[in-house]
Design a protein around this ligand. Structure first.
Ligand code: SF4
Ligand code: SF4
Length: 464
């Protein structure tokens, strides 16, 4: 069917708005120095930590095939995963605590997305120059110069991303072995996949998507407003002081008489914003509290000879001339819960026994009557030496008068090793007062009596 004239003349409206590339202008000031310092420290830790050794192991290694996590001299086993759950809860609570106390401090200064995006922006500026040059280059038609500059930037980004992917895999495979495997093109399929996957994610997120990740993908940006109240620290523009905004000559000291506020409408706060918003429109969920607009506006205020702080780190209450309470009940509640969790985790890790014992009864026979008239039960002992040193263990059993323990081999177990060993308990029939009697196995390291663990089991005999 032919479309009617009305249909053909109608303008089609796309529901998808193409995002415009943001070229944040470089900014200098107190907060940008703080942010750069935070970036250098956090990136430095990420890239250096896997190379550090602790007790003949990589200081931090998540050895998934062996199902062991080495963290600063402590070995975590699958049965210790409860600590990991605790750590995740602590991380979540810490985020709540800092958000309530200091707003989106995490987003602006410590989030990996921000840190890596800043590193990529730094490389971009190194190759293409600052905002005006970048905009000019993007608008220019493709030429050999433009191609060369863009290619150089992308090569730098890709090398950095690959190194990031390599380091990421180095947290799961010993990084020294991994580097040898890279040199000899001997990576396993899984290592190759994760190295390239993580490199690709870094290149895509920090090079291309940048603020889109914060605005559209990050759930934290959406729900953090639930943690905000009028006493939460935010980046805010002082409307009362700044409006009405307008340009004026630098030496115009009488601007207030002409009805102008302190904002000279230079738009520098918009040009430095990595998410492309105008802080003068009020608090917006896109604001990651990076403080770039604070630094740049302060520098403008200095140039104009006005007091600093037109855009500042403050609270809604303070902005409205009301008293603000930074230390409020919910801060103490979060701090109290966090402290309790830290103490619990610290105590549990500090006092956990570095040896584990499982006793499994032989299910094939309830008991055996020996030629000597003894009643025998067979057990399988599974011993895990969680300690970072090898030990020779002594095993004893108690609970019945005259109980004998018979084992065939010495319990010498290496650091982090698991040994399964069969043992027999034998007792004179006369000493059994019931069909099923509780017995206790006690395992002790010969060279360290503190390394002791006990486990209960049942000894079965004939009906009496
Ligand atoms: S940087 Fe300051 S003075 Fe300039 S437009 Fe922004 S708020 Fe106004
Ligand atoms: S509004 Fe200011 S603090 Fe918020 S993201 Fe933009 S520059 Fe950073």
């Amino acid at each position: 069917m032919k479309p009617s004239n009305t249909q053909t003349n109608e303008e089609s409206q796309s529901l998808y708005a193409k995002s415009k590339k943001i070229h944040p202008r470089i900014v200098f000031g107190f907060f940008s120095r703080l942010k750069a310092l935070s970036g250098v420290i956090l990136l430095g830790l990420y890239y250096i930590v896997p190379w550090l050794q602790w007790d003949n192991h990589q200081a931090i290694l998540f050895d998934l095939p062996a199902r062991k996590f080495y963290i600063l001299g402590i070995t975590f086993w699958p049965q210790d995963f409860i600590f990991l759950t605790f750590l995740l809860i602590v991380a979540g609570l810490t985020l709540f605590f800092f958000t309530t106390l200091a707003g989106r401090l995490w987003c602006g200064f410590a989030c990996p997305q921000t840190i890596w995006t800043d590193a990529f922006l730094w490389m971009e500026r190194l190759v293409e120059g600052d905002r005006p040059k970048q905009i000019k280059l993007d608008k220019a038609p493709m030429s050999f110069r433009k191609f060369r500059i863009k290619a150089t930037k992308h090569i730098l980004w890709i090398i950095f991303s690959l190194f990031t992917g390599f380091t990421f895999v180095g947290y799961f495979t010993p990084i020294r072995e991994l580097s040898e495997a890279v040199m000899t093109f001997n990576l396993s399929e899984a290592e190759t996949f994760w190295l390239f996957f993580y490199a690709f994610a870094t290149y895509g997120n920090a090079g291309w998507m940048r603020e889109q990740v914060c605005i559209y993908m990050c759930p934290y940006a959406r729900f953090q407003s639930a943690m905000f109240d009028k006493d939460t620290m935010i980046i805010a523009y002082d409307k009362k002081r700044g409006e009405p905004r307008g340009s004026r000559k630098r030496n115009n000291k009488e601007y207030k008489n002409s009805g102008l506020g302190d904002c000279i409408d230079c738009t520098m706060c918009v040009q430095v914003c990595p998410t492309g918003i105008d802080i003068r429109d009020g608090l917006q969920y896109q604001c990651i509290s990076c403080s770039a607009c604070v630094d740049v506006c302060d520098s403008i205020m200095d140039k104009m000879g006005y007091p600093r702080g037109l855009v500042r780190y403050t609270t809604e209450n303070r902005l409205n001339g009301k008293t603000t309470h930074i230390l409020r009940p919910r801060i103490f509640v979060y701090a109290g819960i966090l402290l309790a969790m830290f103490i619990t985790i610290g105590y549990t890790i500090g006092t956990r026994t570095l040896v584990e014992l499982d006793v499994i009864r032989d299910r094939n026979s309830l008991f055996i009557e020996t030629d000597d008239g003894l009643i025998e039960n067979v057990y399988s002992l599974r011993i895990i030496n969680i300690d970072n040193n090898p030990h020779i263990y002594e095993i004893t059993a108690s609970g019945i008068k005259g109980l004998q323990l018979i084992k065939d081999k010495e319990l010498q177990i290496g650091a982090g090793e698991v040994m399964t060993v069969p043992v027999r308990l034998a007792v004179d029939y006369e000493n059994l007062s019931q069909r099923s009697t509780p017995v206790t196995f006690t395992l002790t390291a010969k060279n360290n009596p503190e390394l002791t663990v006990t486990e209960e089991a049942r000894f079965l005999g004939p009906r009496r």
